[in-house]
Design a protein around this ligand. Sequence first.
Ligand SMILES: Cc1cc2nc3c(=O)[nH]c(=O)nc-3n(C[C@H](O)[C@H](O)[C@H](O)COP(=O)(O)OP(=O)(O)OC[C@H]3O[C@@H](n4cnc5c(N)ncnc54)[C@H](O)[C@@H]3O)c2cc1C
Length: 282
Amino acid sequence: MTVALPLTIREAVLALSNTPDARLIQGGTDMMVEVNFNHLKPNNIIALRRIQELRTWQKNADGTVTIGAGVPYQEMESGELKQLVPALAEAARTVGSPQIRAAGTLGGNLGTCSPAGDGLPVLFALDAVVHLQSHEALRQISIHEFMLGVKRNARNANEIITAVTIPLLNGWQGYAKVGVRNAMVISVASACLAIDKSTNSVRIGLGAVGPTIIRCRDAESWLSQQFDFSSTTGIDGAVAKEFGRRVTLESKPIDDHRSTAEYRRHAVGVLAQRLITRAYPS
Ligand SMILES: Cc1cc2nc3c(=O)[nH]c(=O)nc-3n(C[C@H](O)[C@H](O)[C@H](O)COP(=O)(O)OP(=O)(O)OC[C@H]3O[C@@H](n4cnc5c(N)ncnc54)[C@H](O)[C@@H]3O)c2cc1C
């Protein structure tokens, strides 16, 4: 096995164009599991960990934040990133253990593209944009077009995910997940809810209840007609419950080794109801 250790994105995309069969590795918290179980035996690896450009983030003048694909979860959990994108901080805090969060990244979550990935419902709820770079070109693609199915995405084989850009919203946002225990657990069902006061709207993205992350457009528009998101009063319990029920209708869960479709459907409804109640407590 050969391992390339580029120091810049330019070197990495050049290495990828010279060795098209190479596997990219960032934190390795997904990829090394595959290697250790002999599910994957790459001949060539391109390790991205030494590329500082991938490990930085910046707040942009247009009201967005751009987070490098190699920024580890532990950096999102606290500090300024937490203030800017609280839902991402909450999601990051639920990923694995401190060791996993020190190594694991959004780039790797997007690379794997599991519907249970904790970063992804946040990116869907916030309408993030994914940056991809090849030896020849740079392109940006909406997260809604990037994730194509279970562990399938729109990245071309010669491209590296370099960053995501997330709009900064004015309003409450949060993330919650259900697993078989409280920590070190892959989601059985998850949800990210974000309020955008500038458009008086709510967004909700569901994880682990469909082949891709699901945005509940019908439930979002229903709630927008029932509730004024600039309100300082709490949400009516019956409205929150009905919102949860409508979210449930848009989920498309399956039975698998982690849970049943029936439980997942119930769980996302409860998560949606709880998140909107956390946003507007009585
Ligand atoms: C014990 C344990 C617990 C875990 N718990 C959780 C959890 O609670 N929630 C959760 O969501 N995940 C969890 N995971 C999975 C994993 O930590 C996350 O998916 C993490 O985001 C992967 O990031 P990484 O940088 O380690 O990716 P890597 O393992 O380095 O890469 C993952 C995939 O993405 C590709 N890739 C990586 N970087 C790029 C890039 N820049 N451009 C293109 N492709 C790229 C790789 O080729 C590979 O296919 C857990 C894993 C373990 C081992």
